[in-house]
Write a protein of this length. Sequence first.
Length: 263
Amino acid sequence: MRQGAAEGPTSLTDQGEASPAKVVVVPESPDRPHVLMMSEITADGKLTLKKGSSSKILMKYMDPATEILLHRTRASLDAIMVGANTIRIDNSYLTVRLVEGKSPIRVIPSSMADIPLDANVLSPDAPTVIAVSEQAPAERVDAIRKRGAEVVCAGQGHVHLPTLMRILRTRYGVRKLMIEGGPTLNWHMLHHRLVDEIRLIHLPFIVGGADTPSLVGGMHIETEEEMIRLVLKDHYLCGTNLVTEYDVVYPPGQLKDEAGRIS
Ligand SMILES: NC(=O)c1ccc[n+]([C@@H]2O[C@H](COP(=O)([O-])OP(=O)(O)OC[C@H]3O[C@@H](n4cnc5c(N)ncnc54)[C@H](OP(=O)(O)O)[C@@H]3O)[C@@H](O)[C@H]2O)c1
């Protein structure tokens, strides 16, 4: 496991009862938070019913015990991040509601500050940080700030995720971050080797669809050497849902960007 500090969330037994919290102690990085990617996923690896539809439709089929696991995980971390498109489609709150505990800081990268001003993530329920680029129009940035969110600039033409991670760690004291999708953000975070752990909630459905969002979008790889390997470290039933947990092992060398360039 890479740098960062993570205190694993409480896992649940197949009766949906809390078991003692797993504590994972890993060296801390001064540069970035430890990052957990967590997602609900169908048996065929999809995150929604079809392109453009909200993941809330699939989430209705999560076992109540697994919903509690999700909220308990949120409560155990300092910040939670989703991509701007998830906010535009799902209009998520990203708060802790089903268990006692503090909601984490909500972080949304949107290069041009393209967040609807009535988005639930701008509600006063929890602190929110919108990460933008230098190109973001000043009037949109001002409008977001007036809604109570903080806006940070983390890149020139687009949000540079390693820079954002550094800002979250150094300015906001974020030691543990969870990302909850979608596939575009997931791919960019993996591309920059910023994901340390993955936790998947397996939903027993097949939805199909060549363009239906799957766990990771972005560029395909060319060779097997470029595969990102996962080391299974735990699996358990949470209510009726299988949950799997992995450490992420990156290949030596560098990954390609969206244009297929080595970056
Ligand atoms: N099942 C699940 O667990 C789950 C979880 C979350 C989402 N989803 C689903 O995923 C779908 C949305 O996924 P998506 O892939 O279209 O979008 P996404 O990953 O949610 O958001 C991507 C957007 O984030 C913004 N962004 C800014 N800087 C970025 C950077 N450096 N790297 C990546 N993104 C950056 C960009 O929007 P700007 O143009 O504003 O810059 C980009 O288009 C929805 O259907 C949602 O329901 C499912």
